[in-house]
Design a protein around this ligand. Structure first.
Ligand code: ZN
Length: 240
């Protein structure tokens, strides 16, 4: 069974449509979404509707927590705060109701799923270094944990108390504990503007990362048209 792992869609329907096309080609049977479906982009409703329809697991990210009033928006950066204020004005009551029922982590038979870190889900802490990953790997409650939040694809393995950073592009999940980030669909920050997502093949125990091109200029134009900060449009073109 092949499961897609997506995160940080951030209201970018242009990127999401390109990812959807590739998911159909890959015969993916299910999708897990690690949160931050809204914020930054101009199409929060369309993206929430997509995850409602396609994902068996959807988590709350920090942008949803702010949108729902569960955390104060002053904890977000200026761009994120402005985007959340804008999103509050356009999000539909049905989508808001759907988001309100979600949690900050989920367990499946094989995996732990979080938006930020298994150490303290919902804390908004980032896993960016091997040290961060080490603490997270020790705290996770399944051998495989998927996380998002950094918008940077990454994979770490803990084996006999040593942490290794592995290539995330094709990974055989053998002995040890794994902590894997599929990158961001809607706002990649690793200097590669292509949408990022992962596919986890449960039978083969293999994780593969995919990057797909999409019309970044169209997504950027819509951000400007919505009156959102210019930088949120510019960064899509650069992948930062
Ligand atoms: Zn995010």
């Amino acid at each position: 069974m092949k499961i897609a792992v997506v995160s940080d869609i951030h209201g970018n329907i242009h990127a999401l449509r390109a990812v959807e096309k590739r998911l159909n080609e890959l015969n993916v049977e299910d999708v897990w979404c690690l949160g931050d479906t809204v914020g930054y982009g101009a199409f929060p409703n369309q993206c929430v509707e997509w995850v409602r329809k396609n994902c068996s697991v959807v988590l709350l990210g920090n942008h949803e927590l702010a949108l729902l009033g569960f955390v104060d928006t002053f904890l977000l950066n200026d761009y994120a705060r402005q985007a959340i204020e804008w999103t509050k004005g356009v999000i539909s009551p049905e989508n808001l109701e759907f988001l309100r029922e979600l949690g900050v982590q989920r367990f499946t038979e094989c995996c732990q799923l979080v938006h930020d870190t298994p150490e303290s889900p919902g804390s908004m802490d980032y896993i960016l270094t091997k040290g961060d990953a080490y603490r997270a790997l020790l705290s996770q409650r399944k051998d495989i944990c998927f996380f998002g939040h950094t918008h940077i694809p990454a994979a770490y393995r803990l084996l006999s108390s040593t942490v290794d950073k592995l290539s995330v592009y094709s990974l055989y999940l053998d002995a040890g504990r794994y902590l894997i980030n599929p990158g961001s669909v809607g706002q990649p920050r690793d200097n590669d503007p292509r949408a990022s997502f992962g596919v986890f093949d449960l039978d083969e125990k293999r994780f593969s990362l995919y990057r797909v091109e999409y019309d970044t200029k169209a997504a950027a134009r819509e951000i400007l048209r919505a009156g959102l900060p210019e930088y949120l449009a510019a960064r899509l073109i650069l992948g930062v």
